[in-house]
Design a protein around this ligand. Structure first.
Ligand code: HEM
Length: 141
């Protein structure tokens, strides 16, 4: 009986946690909602085009187009009220021969961008933690 009670309590606790997460837009709000995310992503893509480690990948890229796709994607990930309608990460990066060092360089550029904008460390880490697992679909060599 005790074990069953504990199991039931645990189930309730987990259900509560999930429910809280389902509508959790704390990260989205911490990033400054739509305007904050959009301006962060424009800044980020502009830097990716300039950084010597990433510029070759983004030579043909239009800042507005990629920033818009990233804004939708980050908004969704951060719990915001958006829809991402771009390609899957595997498809978007399939032909780019991206290595682990390229992935790390992009993450560093994002960190620098967030640092310069004064985004708190905890907020930065929450976003990076959501992006990090994507390396499985993006790094192909
Ligand atoms: C977590 C990491 C990353 C995320 C979230 C991400 C996200 C995206 C998104 C949303 C798109 C647009 C897809 C579409 O338009 O349908 C895209 C395109 C692209 N990504 Fe990534 N990406 C990541 C890592 C990288 C890395 C490491 C590189 C190379 C160093 C890279 C290079 C590119 C390029 C060249 C494009 C095409 C841009 C264009 O349209 O000109 N990405 N990425």
């Amino acid at each position: 009986m005790r074990t069953r009670l504990k199991t039931a309590l645990l189930a309730l606790l987990l259900a509560g946690t999930c429910a809280a997460h389902a509508g959790d837009d704390a990260l989205y709000r911490a990033l400054g909602d739509q305007a904050g995310v959009a301006s962060l992503m424009t800044d980020f893509v502009t830097r990716l085009k300039r950084d010597t480690r990433t510029e070759n990948f983004f030579r043909q890229t239009r800042v507005d187009g990629l920033a818009e796709a990233l804004t939708d994607q980050v908004c969704v990930l951060a719990g915001g009220p958006c829809k991402y309608e771009g390609a899957t990460m595997a498809k978007a990066h399939a032909d780019l021969a991206i290595g682990r060092a390229d992935f790390n360089a992009l993450v560093e550029v994002l960190q620098d961008t967030m640092d310069e904008r004064g985004i708190p460390f905890a907020t930065q880490n929450r976003l990076l933690a959501l992006l990090a697992p994507m390396h499985r679909d993006i790094v192909t060599r």
